[in-house]
Design a protein around this ligand. Structure first.
Ligand code: B12
Ligand code: SF4
Length: 443
């Protein structure tokens, strides 16, 4: 069979004012350009576990959500999508099926909304796809349709056995940034978090030598790639993290990852990260004060416990030559209209090299979605296309939806204006030299 792997690419946001104003601001634009350059790692893993004898191809939907014409020569198309593009993905699936092509859908959104996905796909996969995929391909070959494949009912996936993702399928594409996974899951359970809804297993780490093996494979395509670890929380295990960094040092890489603030507790780890080429860590701070973070992390109240030491943590990380992209979620129940000013103050005081502000977003399958639905606070239930992190689709507790929107515009203008970026970044440049973190290794 000819099998197509179709990623829904690009970022989505609908709010016209933010699009016109905020999204064209330099800080957002840099990240937007970078984001457009990331392939779908999940699909590359599926391609790697596809049984021998099939002709496999990687495709990306265009920015307007349309599929490339060549995909119509496939017998089976695997589509991966997050919530924000799921309606575009369903429309593509409908068009493909109308032409007799079998469609399989999987990923985070579909995992929590299988009944919805069944109306558009011949095969719907819940959970991590690697164990299920070979059997699904065999079933598709036999012409079996209308099946839901529950990976949780299969023997559990041992991530120590993961194959090398099929990076080679990207060879003739202009990618210079690649994702590598070093861990799966996160020990915490934030009520808004959409990744933990799928990864029900405990936090898992990959063997360091296999991560290195995958990076060597990427280097066959690009000599100096910029890597993003497609992890939720890389450095939970500090000893393993140090082993990983030691193994990366000789490779002379530049990379970015997501991790929690506890990385700041370990200066030896930070030194090794810097030596291993870590250029930036993205840290979900979510808010500036412990009060607003009460109860947001459901296992151990981790974020509220840590908030008092945020400023110190950010400074410690950046003093090791690693920039911090501090993420704040606007619209938490504890947020009053003062939150916008508070975030601005924190960002300038740290000062944070990068700041990501997003709106509280009720993703399907999260405790947050269920709670807001119960409280009758979702403005338009099941409007998954609004799950962009930039569109308000709920009633905040201590302000109106419009106040939240206006606060986002206000804050975006102040945070991302050229002078503000320069002011926040200058101390870092003074100490470590003036190199844009994201774009330096772009060809
Ligand atoms: C890397 C990343 C990106 C990259 C994505 C690159 C790409 N084309 O895939 C970039 C930076 C572009 C990105 C952008 C966005 N992202 Co993002 N991103 C991530 C991150 C950190 C890792 C994803 C990843 O690579 N995982 C590793 C792979 C191996 O796992 P996977 O993709 O889930 O695939 C496995 C299974 O899901 C399944 N599977 C997946 N697809 C399919 C298909 C079939 C047919 C089958 C059988 C199985 C299957 O099998 C795979 C192997 O096990 C996640 C966090 C997370 N843990 O998922 C957030 C995350 C996925 N992103 C999120 C969001 C909101 C966005 C944006 C919508 C933001 C925006 N405003 O635009 C955009 C939209 C992106 C898009 N194109 O759709 C949310 C999604 C929540 C949701 N329910 O939608 C997450 C969970 C972050 C969060 N905690 O909120 N993102
Ligand atoms: S710390 Fe991050 S990845 Fe972990 S549960 Fe919270 S939001 Fe999700």
């Amino acid at each position: 069979m000819k099998i197509g792997f179709l990623a829904m690419s690009g970022i989505r946001a609908h709010d016209p004012k933010l699009l016109a104003l905020g999204m064209s601001l330099p800080g957002v634009l840099d990240r937007g350009r970078v984001i457009a350059m990331l392939p779908s790692l999940g699909l590359l893993y599926l391609a790697a576990v596809t049984p021998e004898g099939h002709d496999v191809h990687y495709f990306e939907a265009e920015a307007d959500g349309k599929e490339p014409a060549e995909i119509y020569s496939c017998d089976l198309v695997a589509i991966s999508t997050f919530s924000a593009q799921v309606f575009e993905a369903y429309a593509i699936a409908d068009r493909l099926r109308a032409r007799g092509i079998q469609v399989a859908m999987g990923g985070l959104h579909v995992t929590v909304q299988p009944d919805e996905a069944r109306q558009h796909a011949d095969h719907v996969v819940l959970g991590e796809g690697e164990t299920v995929w070979p059997q699904l391909v065999a079933a598709a070959e036999r012409g079996e349709r209308n099946r839901v494949w529950d990976a949780y009912a299969f023997p559990s996936l041992d991530i120590r056995q993961l194959p090398i993702p099929r990076y080679d399928l990207l060879a003739d594409r202009p990618y210079n940034r690649f994702t590598v996974q070093t861990t799966r899951g996160c020990p915490w359970r934030c009520d808004f978090c959409a990744s933990n809804v799928m990864l029900r297993k405990p936090y898992r780490k990959r063997p360091v030598d296999q991560v290195v093996r995958d990076i060597h494979e990427i280097r066959k395509l690009r000599r100096r790639p910029f890597l993003e670890f497609a992890d939720d929380n890389t450095f939970v295990d500090k000893a393993w993290g140090k082993d990983l960094c030691r193994a990366l040092i000789p490779l002379k890489l530049n990379w970015f990852t997501e991790t929690d603030i506890s990385v700041a507790d370990d200066p030896e780890l930070l030194t090794l990260m810097r030596q291993a080429g870590c250029r930036q860590v993205l840290v979900g701070l979510e808010s500036t004060g412990a009060g607003e973070l009460q109860g947001v992390e459901l296992h151990a109240n981790f974020k509220a416990q840590r908030a008092r030491r945020y400023l110190d943590g950010v400074r410690r990380i950046q003093s090791h030559g690693i920039t911090v992209n501090g993420c704040f979620i606007l619209g938490l129940d504890g947020h009053t209209p003062d939150v916008f000013e508070q975030v601005l103050e924190f960002a300038n005081e740290a000062p944070l090299y990068d700041v990501q502000i997003t709106l509280l977003t009720p993703f399907p399958g999260t405790p947050l979605y269920d709670r807001l639905l119960r409280e009758n606070r979702i403005l338009e239930p099941e409007r998954w296309d609004l799950c962009t992190l930039f569109d308000v689709n709920f009633v905040p507790k201590q302000m109106s939806p419009q106040q939240l929107r206006d606060g986002l515009y206000w804050l975006a203008e102040r945070l991302y204006a050229e002078e503000s970026l320069e002011q926040r970044r200058r101390p870092f440049f003074d100490q470590f030299g003036r190199k844009p973190v994201y774009l330096e290794s772009v060809a």
